[in-house]
Ligand binder design. Structure first.
Ligand code: CMC
Length: 429
């Protein structure tokens, strides 16, 4: 196999070295292209652009493979827990017992928010989308730690990682409590990570609350499955924003905003809203599939399709099995789950979806589990945030440590007006 490619242009030859990854992924190194030829590349949505070399996560979209630091997602889902998976992503190796305990303790130690943060939650309207609160509060966190967020200081990085991992669940639970008008429930550091989060979400001061181990287990599974997904929109946002050397809180806040969109992490909310619409309308699943295919209708089937996977998303496979178990245990028969399975069957036997290799993605069944746990729709993307956080952190850290990192700054092809002279307002026709 050749180890370079040639681009001939205007009598000049540019020789691009072929870079090969661990799993034989190949890329043209065009870093000197513009300097040598004056050409830039044009690639909206970065569909063909490798922006980094990364050792965090590997995806083979054709075969439906996902690995964190080399470990298959199926094995982590079965054997690991969220804190251990977070350690793996952030530090690159599975921890020893001692390393894991220290990591856990450090996170537990930082779960409280400064009391000065409370009025921030009070300031939002009751119906504020919690993703807006998550992003704003993450940005606001930086204001309390201004002496300890230097992205080039290893100690600052370490404590910021603990703070983010520990405090974002508290922020999420406070955002939820605010939306339903209940008192904020403070973290209980004697509890494990997921149990503590569920307690902050569902406990009330007036009566005791027992965390259902089934719910905690399902949540742990979902957090693990969302923990990283290489250079997706929000992760690329965290890296791009972070490349300006702003503090990590600001970079993660930007990632949260990117994740909110319905084409990304907001899809889990969208899926359940669509299932409710199907349930409550006179139409059937086939007519929603027909709408998704209609190029004159902006509707797309939420939870279907993926930039990288051209096969069943391995996360969706695990989540579908978990949904079967958890939903029947928690709520019995869920008509929405039946509609989702029917929707999947109709879509997967339709030429449009088959030809385009559109399969259910991570968001197709996850919302149904969140719903069975008693979470409201607009909290679904927030759960995605909590899961994705260690991935963002790992990728941000890799970016900061990488000597090849430069500030993210794409080029453009300008196609606006040519030079023209200013016209005084009275002379404009
Ligand atoms: N329903 C109907 N048609 C679709 C869908 C869908 N869900 N997804 C893709 N297509 C069609 C698309 O119209 C295009 O058709 P054509 O070739 O005729 O123009 C073809 O499939 C290729 O799609 P694309 O838009 O070029 O794909 P993309 O890589 O730019 O977009 C996507 C990927 C995930 C944004 C898109 O599949 C989509 O909008 N899906 C629904 C939203 C969703 O589920 N998002 C969650 C993604 S996974 C988790 C995450 O990132 O958060």
């Amino acid at each position: 196999m050749s180890d370079s490619a040639r681009i001939e242009f205007d009598g000049q030859t540019f020789e691009a070295e072929v870079l090969t990854g661990t799993e034989d992924e190949r890329a043209l190194d065009i870093r000197k292209l513009r300097a040598s030829t004056g050409l830039i590349t044009y690639d909206p949505g970065y569909v063909n652009t490798g922006s980094v070399r990364s050792a965090v996560t590997f995806i083979d979209g054709e075969q439906g493979i996902l690995r964190y630091r080399g470990y298959p997602i199926e094995q982590l889902a079965e054997h690991s827990d969220f804190i251990e998976t977070s350690y793996l992503l952030i530090h690159g190796e599975l921890p020893t017992t001692e390393q894991l305990e220290t990591f856990r303790q450090q996170i537990i130690h930082h779960t409280l928010l400064r009391e000065d943060m409370r009025p921030l939650f009070d300031a939002f309207p009751r119906d504020a989308h919690p993703m807006a609160i998550m992003s704003a509060a993450t940005s606001a966190l930086s204001t309390f730690y201004q002496d300890h967020y230097d992205p080039r200081d290893p100690d600052d990085i370490q404590v910021s990682i603990y703070r983010l991992m520990a405090k974002l669940p508290t922020v999420a639970a406070f955002a939820y409590k605010k939306s339903i008008g209940q008192p904020y429930v403070y973290p209980q550091n004697s509890m494990r990570f997921t149990e503590n989060f569920l307690h902050m979400m569902f406990a009330v001061p007036a009566e005791p609350y027992q965390v259902d181990p089934e719910v905690a287990e399902a949540l742990t599974l979902l957090l693990i499955l969302h923990a990283d997904h290489e250079q997706n929109c929000s992760t690329s946002t965290v890296r791009l924003v972070g490349s300006s050397q702003v503090n990590i809180y600001a970079a993660i806040a930007a990632g949260i905003s990117a994740l909110w969109g319905p084409l990304h992490g907001g899809a889990n909310q969208d899926v359940v809203e669509t299932l409710l619409e199907i349930r409550d309308s006179d139409s059937d699943t086939a007519s929603f599939v027909a709408r998704a295919k209609d190029k004159n209708d902006p509707f797309r089937l939420p939870g279907f399709g993926h930039r990288v996977y051209k096969n069943y998303d391995p996360r969706a496979k695990i989540i579908k099995e978990a949904a079967d178990r958890v939903i029947s245990k928690l709520v019995g028969d869920d008509p929405l789950f039946a509609i989702a399975r029917e929707l999947e069957d109709v879509a997967l036997s339709d030429d449009y979806f088959v030809e385009r290799k559109l399969y259910p993605n991570v968001d197709f069944y996850s919302g149904l589990i969140y719903r069975a746990m008693g979470l409201p729709l607009d909290m679904f993307p927030v759960l995605f945030v909590l899961g994705r956080l260690p991935g963002w952190i790992a990728q941000w850290r890799e970016m900061i440590d990488d000597p090849e990192t430069r500030i993210g700054r794409p080029r453009q092809i300008y196609d606006g007006a040519g030079e023209r002279d200013y016209v005084a307002i009275g002379d404009r026709g």
